[in-house]
Design a protein around this ligand. Structure first.
Ligand code: GLU
Length: 424
């Protein structure tokens, strides 16, 4: 089998196939050449490393790490680093391509990349995680760079890990290089508003989508799957704008309350409870699968990929899906979702608020200057709203879903840019 062909993955839809099938459909609308198709499809660099780490008990464990650089046509490649037990190369390739399309949709000057390490951060100590992140950074010294490839947090990583990465990279270069990574702690050149940025963009897209569907936020309900950095802030911000959040969830299960969950209280609970909703009493316990099928106006999948599939799509009752996670809807589910008249605001638009504020962080680092939270929010809200309208217009023009329209906008932009500059 060719290294460039996605391998079938057992027990799981392959996110790379999901990404490619949408890509293929959008390309049909645009009618781009076969040469351009290949240029946009194949990542320009893929790095796989083995990382031997001394564990706290003195033993040595080898972890596998990846960094896939999908495109640098619009600028240096950008994308997070995922620490999770089921990380694999095809997933990282799909996530890298999604970053290319995401940056193009919101019109920021970056290509796309993604990194990952197969590990279970919940079972590792802070010291083990620090050694792992520093080793990963060492192995990527010739990959990363403020003008080459700029990592950020993703599932299982946070500002803490980004600080270790910045420090390790800076040590190797003999000077402090803040702009090599975004999503850093504030004191190390992080941006105000970065932590909640993805959730905020989800909120902006949800409200824009609700307006198109004539749903009044004060009379609407939502269910949010995932209560990490994206889901918790999306729930909080939607709640603040009048939407009743009737269910939230994390890996411990889902919590349903038809009167509405007090999101601030739930966030305070997870803060004290080792970042988990385990034992949360503000709602009746249901399963994560049941949460997806609730009778709500808005569904925000903000946990992981492939949770809405051809198996459960027919049972989804929401009118609007706003994808906080990357790839939560498998390609097999698209047809059913569209046929049911459900509007899905796709990941590459809905969760682009994070990378948008990452871009602002990088700009501030390079300027040696700090923006106020108000400036960050005003500019990112405008970018998200403009991107939403652009995708909406494309969906009308090409008579297609918001998802395919977002790919059309993104692929067209990258292809046009390539035509002008050629590759290097
Ligand atoms: N990991 C986030 C994403 O998937 C953020 C990436 C970034 O800020 O570079 O969009």
């Amino acid at each position: 089998m060719s290294y460039l062909e996605p391998a079938p993955i057992k027990d799981k839809e392959n996110p790379l196939l999901s990404m490619m099938s949408r890509f293929d459909e959008a390309v049909k609308h645009l009618g781009i050449s076969n040469e351009m198709y290949d240029i946009l499809k194949v990542p320009y660099r893929q790095v796989v490393v083995g990382l031997p780490i001394t564990m706290d008990n003195g033993s040595i464990k080898v972890f596998e790490g990846y960094r896939v650089l999908h495109s640098n046509i619009l600028g240096p490649s950008k994308g997070g680093i995922r620490f999770a037990p089921d990380v694999h190369l095809d997933e990282v390739r799909a996530l890298a391509a999604w970053m290319t399309w995401k940056c193009a949709v919101v019109d920021i000057p970056y290509g796309g990349a993604k990194g990952g390490v197969t590990c279970n951060p919940r079972e590792m100590s802070a010291g083990e995680l620090e050694r792992l992140m520093r080793a990963y950074t060492q192995s990527m010294l010739d990959v990363f760079g403020p003008d080459k490839d700029i990592p950020a947090p993703d599932m299982g990583t946070s500002p803490r890990e980004m600080a270790w990465l910045m420090d390790e990279y800076s040590k190797a270069k003999g000077m402090t290089v803040q702009a090599v990574v975004t999503g850093k702690p504030l004191v190390l050149g992080g941006s105000l508003g970065r932590v909640e940025a993805t959730g905020r963009g989800v909120m902006v897209c949800a409200l824009a989508g609700m307006e198109k569907l004539r749903l009044n936020p004060f009379k609407s309900t939502a269910a949010v799957q995932g209560f990490g950095n994206v889901g918790s802030h999306a729930a909080r911000l939607l709640h603040e704008r009048g939407v009743k959040i009737v269910a939230i969830s994390d890996f411990t299960g889902a919590y349903y309350n038809e009167k509405g969950i007090d999101i601030a209280e739930a966030m305070a609970y997870t803060e004290k409870n080792n970042k988990s909703l385990e034992g949360y009493k503000g709602g009746e316990k249901i399963t994560n699968e049941a949460l997806l099928e609730l009778e709500v106006d808005v569904l925000v999948p903000a946990a992981k990929e492939d949770v809405i599939t051809d198996e459960n799509a027919s049972r989804i009752k929401a009118k609007l899906i706003v994808e906080g996670a990357n790839g939560p809807t498998s390609a097999g589910a698209d047809k059913t979702i569209n046929e049911k008249g459900i509007v899905a605001i796709p990941d590459i638009l809905a969760n682009a608020g994070g990378v948008t504020v990452s871009y602002f962080e990088w700009v501030q680092n390079r300027l040696g200057y700090k923006w106020t939270q108000e400036r960050v929010e005003r500019r990112s809200d405008r970018i998200m709203k403009d991107a939403f309208e652009k995708v909406y217009e494309a969906s009308v023009k090409y008579n297609t879903s918001m998802r395919i329209a977002a790919y059309i906008v993104a692929i067209d932009k990258v292809a046009q840019t390539y035509k002008f500059r050629g590759g290097y």
